[in-house]
Design a protein around this ligand. Structure first.
Ligand SMILES: Nc1ncnc2c1ncn2[C@@H]1O[C@H](COP(=O)(O)OP(=O)(O)OP(=O)(O)O)[C@@H](O)[C@H]1O
Length: 154
């Protein structure tokens, strides 16, 4: 119980990517504050390990009706796309989560809605709309206050 009570609703994890030749030599990280970081994934750890540790529990609870968010933050070339999208050979968090969701809901009656959008500077773009038809989504402010884009494809 104590462990549960102390567990924060927000987890901050750092993933260290291997050095890339074009970036030259240098140390990848130092001085990561243990107070601000729940988990550091080293360059040897795979996306699948990261997924199982931080994303899978969230996916499971989302299917049970809880809200959950996973987002990647970092400077250019730090590995956000590698981690979240991945590739055919090493799928990222998003395809792994989608696969898990479908595994969990198969043989059940379940309504699943998916939308896919990009937030770039102040502009929100619906990525499920053909690129030639795209126009910025309107961001509406609600009373609670939560901002949500409206009218996106699902
Ligand atoms: N953990 C990793 N292991 C091996 N290669 C990686 C890893 N993380 C990133 N890379 C490689 O580093 C390069 C930059 O990564 P990526 O494109 O994911 O960065 P990004 O944060 O999405 O950048 P940007 O913000 O510019 O789009 C890519 O070539 C990617 O394959």
């Amino acid at each position: 119980v104590t462990e549960m009570a102390e567990e924060s609703a927000v987890r901050v994890c750092v993933r260290v990517r291997p050095l890339i030749a074009s970036c030259g030599n240098g140390s990848v990280y130092n001085n990561l504050s243990p107070l601000l970081t729940d988990r550091v994934f080293t360059a040897d750890e795979t996306t699948s390990q990261l997924y199982n540790d931080i994303a899978k529990p969230l996916v499971v609870s989302t299917v049970e009706g809880y809200n959950g968010t996973i987002f990647a933050y970092g400077q250019t070339s730090s590995g956000k796309t590698f981690t979240m999208m991945g590739s055919e050979r090493t799928p990222g968090v998003i395809p792994l989560a989608v696969e898990d969701v479908f595994q969990t809901i198969k043989n059940k009656e379940f309504l699943l809605r998916v939308s896919y959008m990009e937030i770039y500077n102040e502009t929100v773009t619906d990525l499920l709309v053909d690129s030639w038809k795209r126009k910025p989504l309107e961001v509406r402010e609600q009373i609670n206050p939560v901002c949500s884009p409206g009218g996106q494809a699902q």
